[in-house]
Design a protein around this ligand. Structure first.
Ligand SMILES: Cc1cc2nc3c(=O)[nH]c(=O)nc-3n(C[C@H](O)[C@H](O)[C@H](O)COP(=O)(O)O)c2cc1C
Length: 374
């Protein structure tokens, strides 16, 4: 066996993320798809999409809002109502039937929202009344500026934390193996962490201790709801996406990771920092005791080398998973990876996402289907 083959084998070894036992170390990264149906419920296309990818060691779903206020984009699914629980159960059952594991990514967008994408009674909330300099696509009115957010009162913050915990309990009811707190990309948790979006001077804003409080308390709430072994969280120190600026990201994330260490969460999912000054993988492995999933631009061989060298316990793949439902089998067989069709991303309807080729299969995802690049 060559060295390279040995390294790929490292990706195929089992691993535990807290209480979640995974068959391999190839994780499907969370990716918003905007294909939910009525009442923000997942549909038969979700069942098919995730079941096709069930050979991943762990699937992290697309971002799922824990409340009506947490929604900002069109057609994203929720996990706050009974009908959504029933609909998600069909997804988790299908993944489990194929031996897979799946966690729900809890994504509260905070101020990255347009009222055109939310229910009429929903609010757009944030740590402070600072509007994001971001435009969003809406089905009803095309591109729109983000809403002016309402600042959250202390009492309202407690309610948001309870919304997350409620969603985690519903996730377990729906058959998910756990949840991942989305704590990057400029959404609500990061709006509390960042310097330009958190101008508060109360217990939730100011120095690092107070800016990190919301995330710490949210993780505590999730852990109390479903147990630490089923709660992971995702970070990307220094990520400026969606108009956030953190003046001291190293301090912020060092403090955060140390503060939540005693919780013993199932895993930390860390995206490589866009800032050259921060080695996000080293930062996370230094300050987190449990499993580490690393992400950002990995290819099968660089991923295998990362696990072999101990950079992370597992590697997540985003874009490759859009167009390679059988990514695990392709990695194992050293098969070529297909490219995805950008034009079908975030679009409604059945084209794209579920119609990519599965190696050696002529029945399901047909090789000539419209979503696969021609
Ligand atoms: C279409 C698309 C949608 C995404 N949606 C999410 C999301 O909902 N939640 C999240 O944490 N990251 C999201 N991401 C980021 C991916 O999870 C991942 O971090 C990124 O694609 C880098 O990994 P890759 O190089 O393997 O693609 C998204 C990425 C893409 C391409």
């Amino acid at each position: 066996m060559s060295h390279a083959q040995g390294s790929r084998a490292a990706l195929l070894a089992p691993v535990n993320f807290g209480d979640i036992d995974c068959h391999n170390r190839i994780v499907m990264a969370p990716m918003t798809r905007s294909r939910a149906g009525a009442d923000d419920c997942p549909t038969a296309l979700h069942v098919e999409y995730y079941a096709q990818r069930a050979s991943a060691g762990l699937i992290v779903t697309e971002g799922v809002q824990p409340s009506i206020d947490g929604k900002g984009y069109p057609r994203t699914p929720g996990l706050h109502e009974a009908a959504q629980v029933e609909a998600w159960r069909r997804v988790t059952d299908a993944v489990h039937a194929k031996g897979g594991r799946i966690v729900a990514q809890l994504m509260h967008v905070g101020r990255i929202a347009s009222r055109y994408n939310k229910r009429a009674e929903a609010r757009t909330v944030a740590p402070c009344a600072v509007r994001a300099n971001v435009s969003l696509y809406t089905d009803a009115a095309g591109m729109q500026p983000c809403d002016d957010p309402e600042p959250l009162s202390i009492a309202a913050i407690a309610n948001v934390i309870e919304d997350y915990a409620h969603a985690a309990r519903l996730a377990r009811e729906a058959g998910f193996d756990g949840v991942e707190l989305h704590c990057t990309s400029g959404y609500l948790p990061m709006q509390f962490l960042a310097s330009n979006t958190n101008l508060r001077s109360d217990a939730y804003g100011g120095d690092t201790t107070r800016r990190t409080r919301f995330v710490i308390e949210t993780l505590e709430g999730l852990v109390a709801a479903i147990g630490a072994g089923r709660v992971g969280f995702r970070i990307c120190p220094g990520n400026p996406f969606n108009d956030v600026v953190d003046f001291e990201p190293l301090d912020t994330y060092r403090y955060l990771l140390k503060a939540v260490r005693p919780l013993r969460c199932a895993y930390v999912h860390v995206i490589r920092s866009p800032l050259a000054t921060i080695d996000a993988f080293a930062l996370a492995s230094t300050h987190h005791d449990g499993a580490l999933i690393v992400n950002d631009g990995f290819e099968p061989d660089t991923a295998a080398a990362a696990v072999t060298r101990g950079l992370g316990d597992a590697v997540s793949f985003g874009r490759h998973y859009i167009s390679n439902p059988d990514l695990v089998e392709r990695i194992e067989a050293r098969a070529a990876l297909a490219a995805f069709d950008r034009k079908t991303l975030y679009t409604p309807g059945a084209r794209g996402y579920t119609d990519y080729a599965i190696l050696g299969s002529t029945t399901t995802a047909s090789a000539s289907a419209g979503g696969a690049p021609q």
